[in-house]
Design a protein around this ligand. Structure first.
Ligand code: 6GU
Length: 247
């Protein structure tokens, strides 16, 4: 996967991209991330990238030319650009399903603004997608681009050591992940659920599935709306609802 990031602050990406899973993905050539400062594509000797909004108002607006020219330069490469994604709070909500969809893209461009808005012609005539990472305002798209890259790159086949790791994550099956425990079996007064020590893999899988369901119902009930629950899952959840709360 090839990712080109257009940003005015390429330096903020360095440490994160050189750490952990994303670093390994790049070292193994599963992913290649290039950082491009689109100020280099501005048209004047002051390297202007923004200007006052027509019609007045507070704040500045990113000019079209630097971003269009930067993308034009990226198009010189032979690998075709499949997506040009604008990071903005006005975008489509970024979810695990969007991450899965993007994980099969061969080449994408991520555009990060900073402080300011975008000239609308960038939205209309340059970008193919607009994505938001949540309902809050960030100073710029850089953190959002890192979030998107992290979530997408770890889904590229072969990037996570254990092929099952991505499958048991929260959200990957539409449910939150079940509780996990490690040694010691007893810490202070608190013991690990007996079933996890039983060695009975069928019972363990059943317990984990039930805990995933219960946790999702308690914490994020809206996630269950998009999902067809089996009769046995529904039965089990109803049975829980009639018991004393445990959490
Ligand atoms: Cl993608 N960008 C900015 N600037 N703020 C955001 C965002 C993106 N997603 C949520 N808030």
């Amino acid at each position: 996967m090839n990712i080109d990031v257009l940003t005015l602050f390429p330096e903020v990406f360095d440490t994160y991209l050189q750490t952990s899973v994303i670093k390994r993905a790049q070292d193994s050539d599963a992913a290649r991330v290039r950082l491009v400062n689109f100020r280099d594509y501005s048209m004047d000797r002051h390297h202007t990238v923004d200007d006052y909004p027509f019609g007045g108002g507070a704040g500045m607006v990113l000019k079209p030319e630097p971003l269009f020219r930067a993308v034009e330069a990226l198009n010189e490469d032979e690998i075709p650009i499949e997506r040009i994604i604008l990071l903005s709070p006005q975008g489509r909500p970024f979810t695990q399903n969007v991450a899965k969809e993007l994980s099969s893209v061969k080449r994408m461009v991520l555009i990060c603004g900073h402080y300011e808005g975008f000239d609308e012609r960038i939205r209309e005539h340059l970008v193919t997608d607009e994505v938001s990472i949540g309902d809050y305002v960030l100073t710029g798209g850089e953190l959002a681009a890192l979030v998107v890259m992290d979530a997408v790159i770890r889904l590229i086949p072969g990037v996570l050591g254990n092929p099952d790791s991505a499958g048991s994550d929260s959200f990957s099956n539409g449910l939150l992940e079940h509780p996990q425990y490690t040694r010691p079996r007893k810490y202070l007064d608190w013991v690990v659920p007996e079933v996890l020590l039983s060695g009975n893999h069928q019972e363990i899988a059943k317990w984990r599935h039930e805990q995933s369901l219960l946790r999702t119902l308690q914490r994020r009930p809206e996630l269950l709306n998009d999902r067809q629950l089996s009769d046995s899952d529904l039965e089990w959840l109803k049975h829980q609802a009639n018991k004393e709360p445990t959490v």
